[in-house]
Design a protein around this ligand. Structure first.
Ligand SMILES: Nc1ncnc2c1ncn2[C@@H]1O[C@H](COP(=O)(O)OP(=O)(O)OP(=O)(O)O)[C@@H](O)[C@H]1O
Ligand SMILES: [Mg+2]
Length: 422
């Protein structure tokens, strides 16, 4: 057996792009396939952090370009249209540079490291980009395209809002050219992942409304409990909205991920049913844990020349997590949140022990006080504000006296991990 196979059996650090490794989610994929067939539809994939949204979005992207591997695997081929899908798909992942709808349009037009620009789908191709940039510059639309100028004062903001209709029209025109130059294609799908990080989403709904038609459709993917949380004004999108809510992963599917990995390495190393049971219970519905534990267990077995991973191997692995010896970003987050305060660690652990998603602070504070933390609220700053290199705080306030873990996977991690200070 080769190390390469071991290394590629699990994917703890990224979404699933290869359909052969995608497990379950039949309902979500069926909804996606149906949405692709509907005129002017708008796809919104949402759910908790880390449940597998991007993986679903990636599969929808692939299916839209004509791949039938996953629909066949999930026995969904009867939902595919008789004329195969052949979409142009632009898939962008919002980051800190995409601050608002204008930035988003710019990304669609000019592409990024992972994406061709929309212009590359026109007959004149990439060569035309420079020319069009010039036109934008000359026409003053450059400020909207985010070249250089930041809107700061209120006057500028209203100016840019006023002009943005113009930008939307320009964008629509370019989409029209792409359409005309690609008449054999079944559509144009514009997908935005990490949609939740875009600070100012003003104008997005109206962009979708203005530009969607028989050929063009939009899709978004992001962290949100509900569709309202993800996109304001979504009601204006109305009946075109296809909401795909991604729940935590059911246990059979978590087990399926392990089976898929075993298959990938031709069962040269297998997990006993006891080991599978422990891992899948511990994951609490988050596929990430399956990938994390599974990969480490395989590497350990490979190193020791073992053919079987049993309960004892998993116990050993758990001990590594407990001691913070497994190399994950969650370990760093844990240290940066706790810092050097045993009392803060206690408070963090208490929050993690609460089952509710939205956690009532008073009851946590009370338990903390019972355990002789004199002033728990004073320890909250480090938990509710980004620390060190972290860009996210560990806890976020949802309403008066209620907090939620920004990353539910970290909540599970905190529960599993041993005390640093006790
Ligand atoms: N259907 C699936 N089959 C196998 N593994 C999956 C599946 N969905 C997700 N995973 C795994 O779970 C982890 C999280 O997946 P993904 O990145 O898609 O989640 P997400 O909801 O987009 O996360 P975030 O909220 O951080 O953007 C990754 O390790 C990924 O490989
Ligand atoms: Mg994601």
């Amino acid at each position: 057996m080769k190390i390469d196979e071991i290394q590629t059996a699990f994917y703890p650090s990224r979404e699933i792009t290869d359909p052969e490794f995608f497990v379950g989610r039949q309902d979500e994929i069926r909804k996606g396939i149906l949405a692709l067939q509907e005129e002017g539809s708008f796809i919104a994939i949402h759910g908790l952090r880390g449940v597998g949204k991007s993986s679903i979005a990636q599969q929808i992207r692939l299916i839209a370009t004509g791949s039938t591997i996953l629909p066949k695997m999930l026995k969904l081929n009867r939902f595919l249209p008789s004329k195969p899908f052949d979409f142009i798909v632009i898939y962008i992942s919002a980051d800190q540079y995409v601050r608002d709808t204008s930035d988003l349009i710019k990304r669609f037009l000019f592409g990024d490291n992972n994406n061709a620009s929309l212009f590359s789908y026109t007959k004149t191709g990439d060569r035309k980009i420079e020319q069009i940039k010039e036109v934008f510059n000359a026409g003053g639309a450059a400020r909207l395209m985010g070249f250089g100028i930041e809107a700061s004062g209120s006057e500028e903001i209203s100016y840019s809002t006023h002009l943005s209709d113009d930008l939307v029209q320009q964008f629509k025109t370019i989409l029209g050219i792409v359409k005309k130059d690609n008449q054999s294609k079944s559509g144009i799908l514009l997908l935005v992942d990490e949609f939740d990080v875009i600070k100012d989403k003003t104008g997005f709904s109206s962009l979708v409304k203005t530009c969607s038609d028989d050929i063009v459709k939009f899709g978004i993917c992001g962290i949100a409990n509900s569709i309202t949380e993800l996109i304001v004004n979504h009601t204006s999108i109305g009946r075109q909205l296809h909401s795909i809510e991604v729940e935590k992963m059911p246990k059979e599917e978590l087990l399926g991920i392990i089976k898929r990995a075993e298959h990938h390495i031709s069962n040269s190393i297998v997990f006993t049913s006891g080991a599978k049971e422990v891992i899948s219970n511990q994951a609490e519905g988050f596929p990430y844990f399956i990938h994390l534990l599974g990969k480490q267990a395989l590497l350990d077995a490979f190193e020791e020349g073992k053919k079987e991973i049993d309960g004892a191997s998993i116990d050993k692995l758990n001990k590594q997590i407990c001691d913070g010896r497994l190399n994950t970003i969650y370990e760093d987050i844990y240290h940066q949140a706790v810092k050097s305060s045993p009392q803060r660690e206690l408070l963090l652990k208490l929050f993690a022990e609460e089952d509710a998603d939205e956690i009532f602070t008073e009851s946590v504070y009370k338990s903390a006080k019972d355990l002789e933390v004199s002033n728990p609220s004073q320890l909250m700053k480090e938990l509710t504000q980004p620390q060190g290199e972290l860009t996210l705080a560990v806890l976020v306030k949802v309403r008066e006296q209620y907090y939620r873990f920004t990353d539910p996977v970290f909540k599970v991690y905190t529960r599993i991990r041993n005390w640093k200070y006790r």
